[in-house]
Design a protein. Structure first.
Length: 116
């Protein structure tokens, strides 16, 4: 499995960004796809994910502001980020977790910087 993320950048607080991730290899509709982020000096944390049944899960800090979606026919997952805050700054990683093995695969990360 290989993942390629894009769409990061610099934005002012209150602005929006859309991240996209394209996967290749053995990705199935049963796998969970999502996004994690890592701020400087902090651990990587879940931002949002979409399971095989279409169930979306969000970190409390982004609920109501971020929305994730996936297209199983294209092996893509997107993250729409609205009303961005400086604390959303970090490197965002696309992730796939295999349904049967639990193995995780990571994209290369894309930097999101929100200025105040």
């Amino acid at each position: 499995v290989q993942l390629q993320a894009s769409g990061g950048g610099l934005v002012q607080a209150g602005g929006s960004l859309r991240l996209s991730c394209v996967g290749s290899g053995s990705i199935f509709s049963t796998d969970t796809m999502g996004w994690y982020r890592q701020a400087s000096g902090k651990q990587r944390e879940l931002v949002a994910s979409v399971s095989s049944g279409g169930y979306s899960r969000y970190a409390d800090s982004v609920k109501g502001r971020f929305a994730t979606s996936r297209d199983n026919t294209k092996n893509t997952v997107a993250l729409q980020m609205n009303n961005l805050k400086p604390e959303d700054t970090g490197v965002y990683y696309c992730n796939v977790q295999k349904y049967y093995t639990g193995n995780r695969y990571w994209g290369q990360g894309t930097q999101v910087t929100v200025s105040s």
